[in-house]
Write a protein that binds this ligand. Sequence first.
Ligand code: PLP
Length: 328
Amino acid sequence: MASAEVGDEQKREDPTVLELERRVAELLGKDDAVYLPTATMANQIALRILTEPGDELLAEENAHILLSEQGGPAAHSGLVTRPIRTPAGRFAGDDVRNLMRDRTSMHMSRTRVVAIENTHNSSGGRCWRLEEVDDVVTTARELDLVVHLDGARLLNASVATSVAAAEFGRRFDTVTLCLSKGLGCPLGAALATSAELAWKARRGKHLMGGAMRQAGIVAAAGIYALDHNVDRLADDHARARRLGEALAAAGVPVDLDQVETNFVQVDVGPLGMTREEAIARMKDEGVLLSTTVWPTKLRAVTHLDVGDDDVDAAIEAIPRALGILARA
Ligand SMILES: Cc1ncc(COP(=O)(O)O)c(C=O)c1O
């Protein structure tokens, strides 16, 4: 990062940003990619360039785009949102077909865009299978809808399911990728799309105040991450699996079916504890978990800075903090 070649990113004169954008586009099977400060901004620009005010967005009810972006689809793009209720973050083409508004109606908003989140954060970092994506995308295309992929953690999904990120990416009109999560960058995200939409996306970036100057300093971290931090996501997944299995064996309420990537959700409800109390007790033992959309479920995440010894320590500390005596 310290030796990155930089220039004015707004004028597309920063060679490091341009190189990162080229690399992300190639990785995701798109023509172009636009470097952005955050994945939230990438999602919101995508929705804005794909729709018109009054259009309708279909997304899973606990998708980040609906839950954690402050009503951005309404605020930035004037969209009506329709949540799809699912057990594990994934829906089917028929769900889209059933929710589709009558296009001939003079009264209804126009169903326009379907968004998928892969991996799906709220359901525990679970992955869409390629055939499930195909079902939704094929139906959406039949219905003349556009499709956005919130792939903030797409590379976790790609590594976990052994499907190239480009195989997912090329099916969508727009794809968000976050560089600051499992990939370990201090900040940064990208929106990958067609050459035609990339121009609109760059205008959206300016509109939202996301156009930067010598951004190559941080973009260099993105290039480093693509070179060094993708394959190793499998280590995070293996550590999460080991953590989940050990906690479950110790009697901590963990749904192992959910552990497909680098999250482990711990349900403290059955232990008769509030999540605030559980978080505080674990913090005292040196283990940090965060809240989820579910009132009693907490999230443990494995990542670049969590090694095998840390997982061993957490396996000891979490049951102790929660007052669970190890099962013999
Ligand atoms: C699925 C998903 N999309 C988008 C985001 C937004 O990322 P950022 O914090 O970079 O805006 C998050 C953040 O947790 C996320 O989980």
